[in-house]
Design a protein around this ligand. Sequence first.
Ligand SMILES: [Zn+2]
Length: 172
Amino acid sequence: MSYDINGRRPDARAGERFEHRGNWETIVNCVRRLVPAETHAYENWHFNNGDGLDAELSIALADRLERCLAEGVVESYVAERDAYLAQHPRRECHVCDGTGIRCDEAGRKAGYPDRIVADEPKGNPRAGKVGWCDRCDGWGTLKEYGSYRDLYVSDVREFIEFLRHSGGFAIW
Ligand SMILES: [Zn+2]
């Protein structure tokens, strides 16, 4: 399911639209876990039927999440989630045949075999090595957990910003 999260009466650009980069469900799961009281009454988080929170609830939720951020609760949630997902095995990348270097025609044209693997985000076992693959970011392997999306503390921070300026929002 795809989701467009639009502000009802935005008073700033940040409140017009929430750019969740495909991880809306991940963010919602995080938010509902961290602030059950403020999110419990509303049940349609995972439906794109134009429903959503009104302005008052959006601000209340923003305030509550802000406190979670300050207390480091968001950070621990993300860290625990990452640690859990890291236990999943990785599978070989079919685009570079597990080498981390994309040498097919498209890859050669784009200069990937000469590209140096970046050290960001951290943890890439081939960081600093020559030769890159756009499918696996030069790892040679891919995360196995297909539908899981990355979640960063900054996602929650951006959501708070959106809540504050959205004037309530609708999920489409
Ligand atoms: Zn690859």
